[in-house]
Design a protein around this ligand. Structure first.
Ligand code: OGA
Ligand code: NI
Length: 353
């Protein structure tokens, strides 16, 4: 097998792999299943039962002067000690969430050929397909996804947007971007950023992309496969909507994998690599993964928040030697994709040792 790590490739381009929903619809053969079996990295071997509750932040209180200080304390602890928290009372209307959930589920119910009308192109990540498949040997995720640039509106490539999803996704996208901005503003104040608050906002609240994950049930081997391999999010702040009630997200904490079962209606927030850089490492981007169910498919919608291409990422805390390099947002995106394709961690490339 040739060495794929040194070979230049298209940015974001993945090797073609089977559609997992389609694969899972039939009796799966051992040969096909083999590419998904994790061996020692299987969730069955690693998971510890845990009843730990991920911190909860009440956004309504956070933006209400009467309660802001107390709630900001909760947010600070969640950011410093967890990197993950659930956002409740976020103000996204139930109707908007209900409609986007319904339209997303309906998209995945379409026949494969119809979903493939918005398939990824050979060199890009946007559209319907699978992400970051770089070698024929690599273990594959038990999932399909639809990846879209959603904000600002001029970043959208509508040819990848299922027509049936457009109206509800647009509405949801704007709401969730507002939630991200409210959280970031409170984080900037917690950090005492002062005049640099604007840079924090521009670095994380100006652009948004969405990854809609479809994890088919895997009755043949649900404890031997992973829906999504362990990773940290290469963006500023992620807000995850559980589209179906089936749990699956796990976060790495103190060397064990903790299942996250969000409160009904909550959005799960996590600090991404960019906020780790901006906060000079004070807020850490936490590794997480998704496991799959034996009996039910699961759908989730991750909204990733970061900067527009012309911005620059740099540590913003005054009076500390920078622990990460300053990097243009556009170069950062290129580095993220090339790191993923080489199986490397982007943080190793921008951390100052
Ligand atoms: C992601 C992600 C987790 C999930 O899309 O980056 O971590 O539960 N998703 O689907
Ligand atoms: Ni993630």
């Amino acid at each position: 097998m040739e060495d794929t790590s040194s070979k230049p490739r298209n940015l974001g381009g993945s090797l073609p792999v089977p559609n997992v929903q389609d694969l899972a619809a039939d009796e799966i053969t051992p040969e096909l299943l083999e590419r998904y079996l994790r061996g020692a990295d299987a969730p069955a071997a690693a998971v510890k039962a845990s009843l730990v509750v991920v911190p909860v932040v009440d956004l309504g209180r956070l933006v209400d002067p009467a309660h802001a200080e107390e709630e900001a304390g909760r947010l600070r602890a969640a950011c410093e000690e967890w990197g993950f928290f659930q956002v409740v009372n976020h103000g996204v209307p139930e109707k908007i969430i209900g409609e986007v959930k319904e339209d997303v589920e309906a998209f995945f119910r379409l026949p494969l050929a119809e979903k493939q009308a918005v398939a990824q192109g050979p060199g890009g990540i946007e559209g319907y397909g699978q992400a970051f498949v770089v070698s024929e040997e690599q273990k594959l995720d038990w999932a399909d996804m639809l990846f879209l640039s959603t904000q600002p509106p001029e970043y959208r490539s509508l040819n990848f947007w299922p027509g049936t999803l457009r109206a509800s996704l647009e509405r949801y996208s704007a709401e969730v971007q507002r939630v991200a901005a409210d959280l970031l503003r409170a984080m900037a104040r917690n950090l005492g950023l002062g005049a640099a608050e604007g840079e924090m906002m521009a670095s994380v609240a100006d652009a948004q992309a969405m990854r809609i994950n479809y994890y088919p049930a895997c009755p043949a081997a649900h404890e031997q496969v992973l829906g999504l391999s362990p990773h940290s999010d290469a963006v500023g702040l992620t807000l995850l909507l559980q589209v179906s009630p089936v749990p699956g997200l796990q976060i790495r904490r103190h060397n064990s994998w903790i299942p996250v079962e969000p409160l009904p209606g909550a959005l799960v927030a996590n600090i991404g690599d960019v906020v780790e850089v901006l906060t000079n490492g004070r807020y850490k981007s936490i590794e997480h993964r998704a496991v799959v169910s034996a009996r039910h498919h699961r759908v989730s919608l991750a909204a990733f928040h970061s900067a527009k291409f012309d911005a620059t990422y740099a540590p913003l805390l005054a009076g500390e030697p920078p622990r990460y390099r300053t990097i243009a947002a556009e170069d950062y995106v290129k580095l993220v994709l090339s790191s993923k394709l080489q199986g490397k961690n982007i943080m190793d490339a921008i951390r100052i040792d």
